[in-house]
Design a protein around this ligand. Structure first.
Ligand code: PHE
Length: 346
């Protein structure tokens, strides 16, 4: 009997409750007239007279303990209930807390779109170094030494320490270096685009940056003509920009292409009516292009009598500006989330 009393005491001591249902279970088991404690009191009758008093005392102690715990539990459940009642009601019309997800940088979005368009018509993607020798950035591309054409691109030279010799290494000013490396390595047909970072020594402003991105393309094969260049770029403009966008080829000069043309499209911002983006001309330049000069093809060990080709190059920042109306180049590198978030889900 005493063992039973001790077991029950322990059980009550370790009992926890969290709900009104559990409180009721406790009451049924220990407090009610059908509970275990009442049952033990009934058993008292058969306890030998000599022990009855001591066992009775133990039993009374157990009963009081159970009652005490029951009261504490009741109070606890009451407190829970009032706390729940006084909590403000849930307002289901409130907007949810936004689930912030990462976004693709606009320049990555546009670069990927450009790659996608050209990959579908059979161009693959090539890559090359950003720190380059004078030969790959200029020499092989027909920029003669001391020729003013080199001034078209303000170059960052990487100083050469040996014997104070003039710097021969530089940060590439265009991705055309990859064209040369490709032609050196690969036999025609070559049909590749090369997206990448380029550097020019410009003061950073809304319209210029010392680091930006280009995608150049090259196609070298037998019988590649100017018509192929035009077709390819018409296709690109049609895929990339708004329906109805106009395109024009304007004669130009690059040392490594002959003939050369710059490509303009009707301004995406004003639809060709004239605004400050297109300097009120209705046209914006998006790319340089031309037929690869036979001398450049020969510089790479390919026979220019047998093979011809075209090349083009465009700035990713410029295309992005036109597509998403970004009017300050500095926004691309500032990493301001308010700017970047606008491209979420694109
Ligand atoms: N490399 C030229 C530039 O950066 C662009 C270009 C590429 C022009 C290919 C013609 C052909 O300005």
């Amino acid at each position: 009997m005493l063992d039973k009393v001790r077991d029950l005491h322990q059980e009550i001591e370790h009992y926890t409750i969290n709900s009104p249902e559990q409180l009721e279970q406790f009451r049924m088991r220990f407090i009610s007239r059908k509970g275990v404690i009442t049952e033990l009191f009934e058993g008292l009758k058969i306890v030998p007279q000599a022990d009855r008093r001591a066992v009775g005392q133990e039993l009374n102690g157990l009963k009081n303990f159970a009652q005490e715990r029951f009261e504490t539990f009741t109070q606890q459940i009451d407190e829970q209930r009032t706390a729940a009642d006084s909590a403000p009601p849930v307002d289901l019309t409130l907007p949810t807390i936004p689930n912030l997800t990462g976004t693709q940088h606009p320049l990555s979005l546009v670069r990927q779109r450009i790659i996608q368009i050209f990959e579908r018509i059979g161009f693959n993607v090539a890559d090359g170094p950003e720190i380059e020798s004078d030969w790959y950035n200029f020499g092989a591309l027909n920029f003669p030494e001391n020729h003013p054409a080199r001034d078209m691109q303000d170059t960052f030279f990487v100083a050469k320490v040996e014997n104070g010799a003039p710097a021969d290494m530089l940060l590439r000013t265009h991705t055309s270096n990859v064209q040369i490396r490709l032609m050196e390595r690969q036999k025609p047909p070559i049909r590749s685009i090369m997206p990448g970072r380029v550097y020019r020594n410009e003061t950073i402003s809304a319209r210029a940056h010392c680091m930006f991105h280009q995608v150049e393309g090259i196609y070298i094969d037998r019988n590649v003509g100017f018509k192929d260049l035009k077709d390819t770029l018409y296709h690109f403009v049609k895929e990339m920009f708004e329906p109805g966008t106009q395109i024009r080829f304007r004669p130009s000069y690059f040392p490594f292409t002959e003939p050369s043309a710059e490509i303009d499209i009707s301004c995406q911002i004003c639809g060709g009516k004239g605004c400050n983006i297109c300097k009120h001309s209705g046209w914006v330049e998006i790319a340089g292009s031309g037929m690869v000069d036979p001398q450049v093809i020969a510089n790479c060990g390919i026979d220019p009598e047998e093979y011809t080709g075209f090349a083009f190059g465009m700035g990713i920042e410029r295309i992005t500006q036109l597509k998403y109306v970004v009017n300050d180049l500095r926004l691309y590198t500032e990493n301001d989330v308010r700017f970047l978030q606008q491209f979420e889900g694109l």
